[in-house]
Design a protein around this ligand. Structure first.
Ligand SMILES: [Zn+2]
Ligand SMILES: [Zn+2]
Length: 245
């Protein structure tokens, strides 16, 4: 009872502002108000290799190859309230919001089962290991967490896979210091992350969902996928919360 009163009082004194920064209060325990939810722009799916449209996100037949992603799912465009929210998660430690975001992402996918059919099928029938793009140890210590890992954990929680890794699993480690990708051009990004990852010393699964928060050029995720497949993984789908428009 006291806890309840305390939280009600705290909510009155310090209501959770919606990340939309317009001064609206988000519903209890959430970070996005109803209004902003309506403006989270969904992104069409695309082939992760050529970047052209692919209705289900599956890699085009002509684009597929030994070490490339087999498909990519992204939910929203990285702009507006989605960008604010992901930045708050990344830079201001609002890690609680990952649950709300992943919940909404699942909502989008289950409401459009035609578009997400192949990814959901992979997720629910192939028993994939949910993994994520690793961060340099030094950076992760400084930030305190890896937002890609937190999203992967949320996703794994939703799926509750029955495989030996029931939680998000670290399959890769970062072995090269890279500079932040944010200011680099597309070609520079590819060079920056080349050979930046190595497989962890575990038996690799056959199927993997590789999670990251934002897909920009995809250089990092592509490199991770290559490393996984060279280590024996057969099929990899990328899952990014948002992609740059
Ligand atoms: Zn709002
Ligand atoms: Zn393609």
């Amino acid at each position: 009872m006291f806890q309840k009163i305390k939280s009600v009082v705290l909510d009155m004194l310090f209501p959770a502002m919606c990340v939309g920064e317009h001064g609206f209060v988000a519903p209890e325990g959430r970070y996005i108000c109803e209004q902003c939810s309506l403006y989270m722009g969904e992104a069409a799916l695309m082939c992760p290799v050529c970047g052209q449209s692919s209705f289900t996100g599956k890699t085009h037949k002509n684009c597929s190859g030994r070490y490339v992603l087999d498909g990519l799912v992204n939910i929203w465009e990285y702009e507006g309230v989605v960008k604010k929210l992901l930045n708050a998660i990344k830079y201001n430690s609002v890690t609680h919001a990952t649950q709300e975001v992943t919940h909404k992402a699942f909502g989008v996918m289950t409401e459009d089962t035609k578009r997400f059919e192949l990814f959901l099928e992979f997720l629910l029938t192939r028993d994939p290991v949910i993994s994520y793009v690793p961060m340099a140890k030094r950076h992760e210590r400084k930030r305190g967490y890896n937002q890609a890992r937190v999203f992967a954990e949320q996703l794994a929680g939703f799926v509750r896979t029955s495989n030996r890794f029931s939680k998000a699993t670290s399959l890769l480690k970062k072995v090269k210091n890279t500079v932040s990708q944010t200011k680099l051009k597309k070609e520079e990004r590819l060079l920056n992350v080349r050979d930046a990852f190595a497989p962890n010393d575990i038996v690799m699964p056959k199927h993997v969902v590789l999670v990251d928060d934002v897909w920009t050029t995809g250089a990092t995720m592509k490199e991770c996928c290559k490393t996984l497949k060279k280590a024996g993984v057969k099929e990899v789908w990328g899952f990014a919360i948002a992609r740059t428009p």
